[in-house]
Design a protein around this ligand. Sequence first.
Ligand code: CMP
Length: 138
Amino acid sequence: MTQTLAIIKPDATGSGKAGQILAHVEAAGFTLKAARMIRMTRAHARSFYAVHSERPFYDSLVDFMTSGPCIPMVLEAPDAVARLREVIGATDPADAAEGTVRRLHAESKERNAIHASDSNENARREIAFFFPETDRIG
Ligand code: CMP
């Protein structure tokens, strides 16, 4: 078993889709190991997305991620990082495969409902970013 970090983003919490998205990933075989609801500060969002700081969409992404509640969560499954990225679909919902979370629930390339770690190394870093060890189950 391996773990990955997902974040249900403010577009999805704001439109009442958090429960549907969690049900979708659980039905796809993931076990929820940790979750919290937070309102990210600008410093928090800038730090989480520091790798994108030179991109033209960075300021807008920080505005969006601080615009409402987010639900970071730790999800466990065999090959969790790659499998969750399949289940959520491409960054842009227009490119996401039928039946994926983003195809079903995302509004746009930026307001794309859910984040998922893109490597095992980033999953470890991102899980530690949101969850101290004492808040994790198993
Ligand atoms: P995420 O998987 O959280 O990783 C980086 C985020 O930046 C991405 O989802 C989108 O929310 C956002 N993003 C990526 N590319 C673009 C883009 N071209 N325009 C606007 N937002 C983007």
